[in-house]
Design a protein around this ligand. Structure first.
Ligand SMILES: [Fe+2]
Length: 200
């Protein structure tokens, strides 16, 4: 009897919390995709365009970071320990880029994507299987993801340069492009070694 009463109260609490969340959702301060212009001496169209492009790049960078973490946990083979450490290092570097991109979007007056379901909806990086893949397959998958990110970053950097958004251009060129290119070098060396050993 006591248990039923407790369970009834708990159900009411859950409903009350859900209602509060629904109210908060309706009263969100700024919808996704809308700009609340800050006085940063850039025209609104530049802010809208660059924030939109940066959100695509943010979604793909979050996916790449998660791909590195998945591989960090699931890697195998004769170079297990090296790959385990390398994948974690790259994952942390991608996390730093994520913060830079998200905060640039907010600085442009936009709303940065944050949650996994939203990221999954718009990322251009193919979804990997839930299960484990071989180390050479992991390395190839990472290189493909880096190439998607690099193409987007270069295109977005050029567009930002064209609409006078030097801050966005600088983050893309100095941080995103250089970090991704360097990571590609390391990953490529591991893939070449695996191919020489007949691992692929
Ligand atoms: Fe770890």
């Amino acid at each position: 009897m006591r248990l039923e009463k407790t369970s009834g109260r708990s159900e009411e609490n859950v409903k009350a919390v859900a209602q509060t969340l629904e109210t908060l959702r309706i009263k969100e301060l700024q919808p996704y995709g809308k700009i609340v212009k800050l006085p940063i001496a850039l025209d609104e169209k530049a802010c809208v365009d660059n924030a939109g492009n940066l959100n695509q790049l943010l979604a793909d960078t979050i996916t790449l970071r998660d791909l590195y973490k998945k591989h960090h946990w699931q890697t195998s083979g004769p170079t297990f320990y090296q790959l385990h450490l390398l994948f974690d290092k790259h994952s942390e570097e991608q996390s730093q880029l994520i913060d830079l991109l998200a905060e640039r979007i907010q600085t442009l007056g936009g709303v940065a994507l944050a949650m996994a379901p939203d990221v999954a909806e718009i990322t251009l990086i193919p979804r990997p299987p839930r299960g484990r893949e071989s180390a050479p397959a992991q390395l190839s998958r990472l290189l493909h993801a880096h190439e998607i990110v690099l193409k987007e970053a270069r295109t977005t950097a050029r567009l930002a340069e064209g609409n006078d958004d030097d801050g966005t251009n600088d983050i893309l060129v100095s941080d995103v492009i250089r970090t991704n290119e360097l990571q590609v070098w390391f990953v490529s060396q591991h893939l070449a070694a695996a191919q020489q050993q007949g691992g692929l």
